[in-house]
Design a protein around this ligand. Sequence first.
Ligand code: SF4
Length: 310
Amino acid sequence: MSKQWKYLFGPVASRRLGRSLGVDIVPLKTCTQNCVYCQLGINGEQVVERGEYVPINEVLKELQEWLKEGLDADHITLSGSGEPTLNSGTGTLIEGIKSITDIPVAVITNGTLFSNEQVRKDCAMADVVLPSLDAGDEETFSRINWPHGDISFSSFVDGLCKFSNEYSGQIWLEVFFVEGVNTSDDSIMKIKKIIEKIQPDKVQLNTSVRPVADNLAVMVKAEQLDLIAGQLGCGAEIIADFSKLAVNTKISSIKENILAVLERRPCDLNGICQGLGLDMAQAQKVLTKAKQDGLIETITKDGIDFFKKI
Ligand code: SF4
């Protein structure tokens, strides 16, 4: 049975990154934004101050242990509970990872801190950087991403362009579409113009096929996303996993389904996520609430937490 890690999760099967070992370097949810489609929920204050939110030497020690166990992944990915570049040790971490393994390093970021030169330098050490761009103007940026008050749309776009100019690795830009918010022809054309400035290696289109904490993130249908890809040009590919839709439509409530699984047998977080096609943060949130409500309890066996219906 594999060990329970504090900062590492997975490897999870990622459509973009293959078997991706997640490295979580900020506490849940520490982010510069509060996107309407956030799987971690629309909660907490946005933050812009960088800090050592989790100790990087501890993360590296854990990764070293993980590698000693002979485990493998296609990418080691900084992502998880919020915006990873908020951790001021991001550069030290990437440098440290590169000194102990050849597994490529990826950073999933909302890109809002690229106006900071040090953040650009830190991320430039990664092999692939996956920033987001969901809006073509300030108003849409506010509506979809709810950024911290100190982040303006122009400084965000400027930062992305600077990073693109300075960086020699791969940039895979994600554009997340929300029906009625950034799907008008005007919005799409504005996004297209910015993409032309950034010149990413890939443009990847996404939408909300999984239930999110708020119903503000209305899914864009597959056919419409196809049309948008055509409008954007630049070889935009669709990464939204519409196959999950059938599962999730059937799942009237994530909580009820998790409880139904736990009623049959105790299960750990990995088992719940694999069984129900949920991501870890999403399942963890529901489990924490269910525990607070006295619906489930935790039993620890061989260092692994199993959840059990009471
Ligand atoms: S940037 Fe990511 S973590 Fe932050 S609010 Fe948006 S979706 Fe959530």
